[in-house]
Design a protein around this ligand. Structure first.
Ligand SMILES: [Zn+2]
Length: 119
């Protein structure tokens, strides 16, 4: 959730990237392992490219210059899925919403766990 690392990654993408990377939204950036950082950058790239391919995300008011909606919102795994079953293969978690640094974050408490050395 720390905007100092990659400025301006919106809530949708930060939720989706952390979910795909199995990283808890309250995980401190300074305590991320090399493996976790690599996962985050890999998934950020994959997810942003997927959204671009789908014409962007129109969950809110985004429209392209022709007034058309994007379709990325149809592929959300975690963003605004509070109370729904986690879609990760083999995971039986239920999506939760918490506030982190004044922003809402959606995550799966079962597979997105804090590293023990987080605090
Ligand atoms: Zn899960």
């Amino acid at each position: 959730m720390d905007q100092n690392v990659i400025a301006g990654v919106g809530n949708i993408y930060s939720d989706e990237v952390l979910w795909a990377s199995s990283v808890h939204p309250e995980q401190r950036v300074s305590k991320l392992s090399e493996k976790q950082k690599k996962e985050i950058f890999k998934n950020l790239k994959v997810i942003l490219l997927k959204s671009i391919k789908l014409g962007g995300d129109s969950m809110s008011d985004y429209r392209n210059p022709y007034g058309e909606k994007g379709r990325f919102q149809d592929f959300h795994k975690v963003y605004r899925k509070t109370g729904q079953k986690c879609g990760k293969r083999g995971c039986s978690g239920i999506i939760k919403r918490i506030i982190v640094g004044g922003r809402s974050a959606h995550f799966c408490p079962l597979h997105q766990v804090l590293s023990p050395q987080n605090f």
